[in-house]
Design a protein around this ligand. Structure first.
Ligand code: SF4
Length: 343
């Protein structure tokens, strides 16, 4: 089986091609793939026949099959993709003004089983390889063309820290100057709080933003919401985040899903204040998105307003983030390879 061309670092690809063809041929190829977003060598009109043939014989240029593309009334688009082994994943494009944010999957399911998350109900999946993560970027880039994907968040299916080696490799692919040259400050990895991964990411020196799905700063409540908290409770989590702060230039983002009767009372806000006050961080509050199989309800607008008024006493920057794509099950915590429409 041939190696996927999308999993090879552009710089390495250039060196390899230079062993067989003039160096400018590599630049032409990379321009077709990463700038013009053309993925079939036959369509790369300025490449000579022998080079095209060599490329086809040497690399796999195929992309996952798009099984469905759902469009939300708010402009969010959700792809259902079929990988080469038949496994299915989802990724979501969220347009907002001049921004196009791509929410990527890093696994085909998730072993972490957070109680508010549809992906968690799927159970463990396999790790995605770097080229399978890059393929999501390329498919999404083609979809928004002539605009660009401006931001990438690893917040789709899977826990990125459980597939960290491949995620780190993908970051290097994304940031390669001969490829997409994607800015680290526009890339965010989200974790439910897998401590060894946070420390390893800090030590890797690969620049990227970190988001932590926190949802409660009270161990007892967080244990209920996220079983990862039993293995990695709040105190060691905080130590790991302080270490991350010391090694990485970007503020940490805390994601906090608002669930009535669970994590919206005054005690929750006081605990959040204690946990976050000495970290370089900001906090995004996200009203819970309904998932039929889960036992929680969404807060009303009045409940959200009341919570945000009380949370204004927190020392960090706080934002209320309304999830997008709810009508196509493309919002936070709703990805579970179910679609509303087939292409
Ligand atoms: S929130 Fe993230 S870590 Fe938790 S179950 Fe869902 S995909 Fe997995």
């Amino acid at each position: 089986m041939l190696n996927s061309i999308y999993g090879i670092k552009p710089q390495d690809l250039s060196s390899f091609i230079a062993e067989h063809f003039p160096a400018y041929r590599a630049r032409q190829l990379l321009d077709w793939i990463y700038d013009k977003l053309v993925f079939d060598p036959e369509e790369m009109s300025n490449l000579p026949k022998d080079f095209k043939q060599w490329l086809t014989d040497s690399f796999d240029f195929s992309l996952p099959q798009i099984l469905a593309l759902d469009l939300s009334k708010d402009g969010t688009k959700k792809f259902l993709l079929k990988l080469s082994d038949g496994k299915r994943i989802e990724c979501v494009i969220i347009p907002e003004g001049k921004k196009n944010t791509l929410c990527l999957s890093s696994q085909t399911g998730c072993a972490r089983g957070c109680s508010f998350c549809a992906t968690g109900t799927m159970g463990p999946g396999r790790n995605l390889l770097p080229h399978e993560i890059m393929q999501q970027v390329l498919i999404a880039s083609k979809e928004v063309c002539p605009e660009r994907i401006t931001n990438i968040v690893f917040m789709g299916m899977g826990e990125p820290m459980d597939n960290l080696d491949n995620v780190l490799e993908t970051l290097l692919l994304l940031q390669d100057e001969q490829g997409l040259s994607f800015s680290p400050r526009r890339t965010t990895i989200s974790t439910c709080g897998v401590l060894p991964g946070i420390t390893k990411l800090a030590n890797s020196k690969v620049k990227v933003k970190l988001a932590v799905s926190l949802n409660s700063a009270i161990d007892k409540v967080r244990d209920e919401l996220m079983k990862v908290n039993i293995a990695f409770p709040l105190e060691p989590l905080k130590r790991a985040l302080k270490y991350f702060n010391s090694q990485n230039p970007f503020r940490i983002t805390f994601e906090y899903i608002l669930i009535p009767e669970v994590n919206m009372d005054d005690a929750a806000i006081q605990a959040l204040k204690r946990f976050t006050s000495d970290l370089a961080a900001k906090i995004n509050f996200i009203p819970f998105n309904p998932v039929a199989s889960l036992p929680y309800r969404s807060p009303t607008d009045a409940e959200v307003e009341d919570f945000m008024a009380r949370a204004a006493s927190l020392p960090q920057a706080i934002t209320l983030r309304r999830s997008r794509g709810r009508d196509i099950h493309g919002a936070c915590g709703q990805l579970a390879t179910k679609t509303t429409k087939q292409t």
